[in-house]
Design a binder for this molecule. Structure first.
Ligand SMILES: [Zn+2]
Length: 147
């Protein structure tokens, strides 16, 4: 259950870090309360309170470390963030009004200068929906191919 939660937080990135720290902060009074109760109680009831308390305490520690790690780790932008999809009009303009040959992916609606291209779309890695545009005919074809 904790691992599923950590997975989800990790996918949230920095925001997940704040959520993790917030959860840890919210659980802390519960842990302290259980610890205090188990110290006050005797015999079996002290074990019954101390055990979940220790377990929750461990969860709080994990959440704290995890949250700090998510907040401090370097964020590596994904290709989709570097090349956000263009609006249809902007995409059509980019392939038609090019100054030099460009490559365009109709699936992701990204356009980049052909000189920087590696032969497949940097976002989806497809070479099927990825066209090199070097003429007005190419440009028309690519705009037509937009899904
Ligand atoms: Zn693509």
């Amino acid at each position: 259950m904790v691992e599923g939660l950590l997975d989800r937080l990790e996918r949230m990135g920095r925001k997940g870090g704040w959520v993790a720290l917030g959860l840890a902060l919210a659980l802390l009074p519960v842990v302290l309360g259980l610890g205090w109760l188990s110290a006050a109680a005797e015999g079996w009831s002290s074990f019954g309170l101390g055990f979940p308390g220790a377990l929750l305490g461990a969860v709080v520690l994990v959440l704290t470390f995890f949250g700090v790690r998510l907040l401090t780790q370097r964020h590596y932008p994904s290709a989709a963030e570097v090349f956000p999809p263009l609006e249809r009009e902007a995409f059509a303009r980019a392939v038609r009004d090019r100054d030099e040959p460009v490559c365009a992916c109709t699936r992701c609606r990204v356009v980049l200068v052909a000189a920087f291209s590696t032969g497949s779309c940097p976002v989806c890695a497809s070479s099927v929906d990825y066209y090199e545009v070097d003429s007005a005919e190419d440009a028309d074809m690519v705009v037509m191919a937009l899904p």
